[in-house]
Design a binder for this molecule. Structure first.
Ligand code: AMP
Ligand code: MG
Length: 339
């Protein structure tokens, strides 16, 4: 199959393919999604096959407005309206109890809940509208590889396996959406996956305490311990995390062992250690926002270089730092450089 690159003038053509059950990847503000018509069972099954995704991992359904959700859900948490008003469109996925048999069971991997998101990207909203049905959209990568933040990443992983890619430039946020469970109207909302909509932002907007899935809490409370050996988002090259105070020691150790190092490097790091790096993926500034935006693209780019190890900066686990460290720890298999 030839994978066609669609530009914004060709949304109608891309939508036609999706309506007929084909797969088209689409841009969003977080990462590129692998689109399929969420109402067509065979199309959704194809998503799992093409990605090599385990069938017990549920998909997120992308809508172009909140009304669309009401076709599939009839029990709502009292905070739903406020959440949707303040955070949609945006990088926040909401989990609801699904009306029975409203969508093919493969979408939710057999669960009684299903997750929805309204992406903040004009091309993708136009695409969903043109299809006339919601789209499932897991990250458009091969399962286990870093998520795609540029259409080239999608092309690299899925060329020949999907009908097309809607071109939308680089994604702005770079990490996947926050997943918030509001499926039980009697319970406080709970974050299941951290993203750019932070616990702090949700609490400020909703004025209620937001719970965080216990597994995530344990990870962030013991950042230097190995934790769960669960690898994900991983390049082939080994990745180590480096605390801000440890860069000198890390480069000295690498140099004395004749290791070639690739670095996700802020301007300051580039200036201080450029002669000790074999390859650099430049971050635009010193912030966690820049690190999150560059993380997956940087891991992919450095994986193509002849390096023995990739170093990536540690950020404190507050705000967007929670999501960044969550993804980085998985890519690094929980490994920190220890001086
Ligand atoms: P991805 O499509 O790769 O961005 O991953 C979607 C993620 O959203 C899954 O791996 C789950 O962590 C989460 N998710 C989606 N739907 C549900 C659901 N019904 N219940 C719990 N978690 C969900
Ligand atoms: Mg994914």
């Amino acid at each position: 199959m030839e994978t066609k690159r669609f530009n914004q003038q060709e949304i109608t053509e891309a939508a036609k393919i999706l309506r007929q059950g084909g797969l088209v990847a689409f841009p969003s503000e977080t990462v590129y999604g692998l689109g399929a018509n969420a109402t067509l069972e065979d199309a959704v099954k194809q998503v799992f096959i093409v990605k090599g995704r385990p069938s017990d991992n549920p998909l997120i359904v992308h809508v172009e407005n909140f009304e669309q959700v009401k076709q599939y859900v009839d029990v709502f948490h009292p905070l739903t309206e406020t959440i949707v008003e303040k955070f949609w469109p945006g990088p926040l996925t909401l989990i609801f109890k699904i009306k029975s048999d409203a969508l093919p069971r493969v979408v939710s991997a057999g669960l009684s809940t299903v997750s929805f998101r309204m992406p903040d990207h004009p091309l993708t909203l136009a695409l969903i509208k043109e299809v006339g049905a919601p789209l499932v959209g897991p990250s458009a990568n091969t399962s286990g590889r870093p998520s795609p933040t540029q259409s080239e990443h999608v092309y690299h992983d899925l060329n020949g396996k999907i009908a097309g890619i809607l071109e939308g430039g680089s994604t702005t946020i770079g990490v996947e959406s926050t997943v918030l469970d509001i499926s039980d109207p009697t319970q406080p909302p709970m974050i299941l996956r951290p993203g750019a909509v932070t616990k702090e932002a949700l609490e400020a907007a909703l004025k209620v305490p937001i719970l965080v899935d216990q597994h995530l809490v344990e990870e962030s409370q013991a950042p230097r311990s190995p934790g769960m050996k669960y690898k994900h988002y991983a390049p082939k090259t080994t990745v180590w995390m480096v605390h801000s105070d440890d860069w000198q020691a890390a480069f000295d150790w690498a140099t004395s062992n004749h290791f070639k190092i690739g670095v996700l490097a802020s301007p300051t790091l580039q200036e201080r250690f450029s002669n000790q790096m074999t390859a650099i993926y430049p971050l635009t500034d010193e912030t966690v926002t820049a690190a999150a935006k560059g993380l997956f693209a940087g891991l992919r780019a450095l994986d193509e270089e002849q390096v023995d190890l990739i170093f990536a900066p540690v950020f404190s686990e507050t705000g967007l730092g929670v999501a960044y460290m969550n993804r980085l720890k998985k890519a690094a298999n929980q490994h920190f450089f220890k001086p």
